[in-house]
Design a protein around this ligand. Structure first.
Ligand code: DGL
Length: 269
């Protein structure tokens, strides 16, 4: 089984693309709705929460876990891979969304001027800068934290004039830098993609995560038969939340695109 972790609902958009790309695989989704949002939390808290989530999904039988959450990928993934996984689960893998998006951005960008938007924690981590710089020398990387966007998406304010105004304010500094590629470095931003594209104009390629990360995961599994061979493939989908099964079912539908059954509540510690 492949475990998919997010701080809340947002990673369901990624899970949906995984299922489209890899329908035979079993997936277990864990949303830490009881402790969301992660985007304004500190490094130690994000690391500890993410480590607990990873431990839960491994305990449940995951052979591979994808951190669908950009904030967890940015703040916790490296430490989990380097310090925790090798000691506790050396034969299993935890991957994130930052490297696939950085690779896609470098492939897409002609001018080498790339923008990144995300939560405050993701942008402050500078992890996109680090990964992008490993892939190509001489890039111009311009980042902008957009802490108001997650609540606006969750409150269904997409398309409202107030949201467009806030988006314009966040995106203006990137637009003036003439970027030709923009990474949507947060699970919630695909819902704002049309508005972001309109504001950025036709010379800027806007990259959102779900399709890109799903394609890269399929590719990874082809290249790693030793991991792929341990993953069950009975088309099962199971959902866990750390708070509110009913809300997860009703609200999660917006992110997942279809009815969610099999939701159970769990605690992480
Ligand atoms: N899932 C988070 C991310 O992609 C957004 C929500 C949060 O702040 O927890 O960064």
């Amino acid at each position: 089984m492949i475990g998919v972790f997010d701080s809340g609902f947002g990673g369901l958009t990624i899970l949906q693309s995984f299922i489209d790309e890899l329908p035979a695989y079993d997936f277990t989704y864990l949303g830490d709705n009881g402790r969301t949002p992660y985007g304004n939390k500190s490094l130690n808290v994000i690391y500890e929460y993410t480590r607990q989530a990873v431990e839960f999904l491994f305990g449940f039988g995951a052979g591979l876990i994808i951190l669908a959450c950009n904030t967890a990928s940015a703040k916790a993934l490296r430490k989990i891979q380097q310090e925790w996984l090798s000691v506790n689960y050396p034969d299993r893998r935890v991957l994130g969304v930052v490297i696939p998006l950085a690779e896609a951005a470098v492939e897409a960008s002609k001018s080498g001027r790339i923008g990144v938007i995300g939560t405050r924690a993701t942008i402050e981590s500078r992890v996109y800068d680090q990964e992008l710089n490993k892939l190509r020398e001489g890039l111009g990387i311009f980042s902008q934290a957009c802490p108001l966007l997650v609540p606006l998406v969750e409150e269904n304010w997409v398309g409202k004039p107030e949201t467009t105004m806030i988006l314009k304010k966040y995106l203006r500094p990137l637009k003036t830098k003439n970027i030709d590629t923009l990474i949507l470095g947060c699970t919630h931003y695909p819902f704002l993609k049309n508005d972001i594209k309109r504001i950025m104009g036709k010379n800027c390629h806007v990259l959102d995560a779900p399709g890109i990360v799903a394609g890269k995961l399929a590719d990874y599994l082809k290249r790693h038969p030793e991991i792929d061979g341990n993953l069950s493939k009975d088309g099962k989908r199971v959902f866990y939340t750390t708070d509110g099964e009913d809300r997860f079912r009703s609200f999660g539908r917006k992110f997942f695109g279809k009815h969610i059954s099999n939701v159970r509540t769990t605690t992480l510690e």
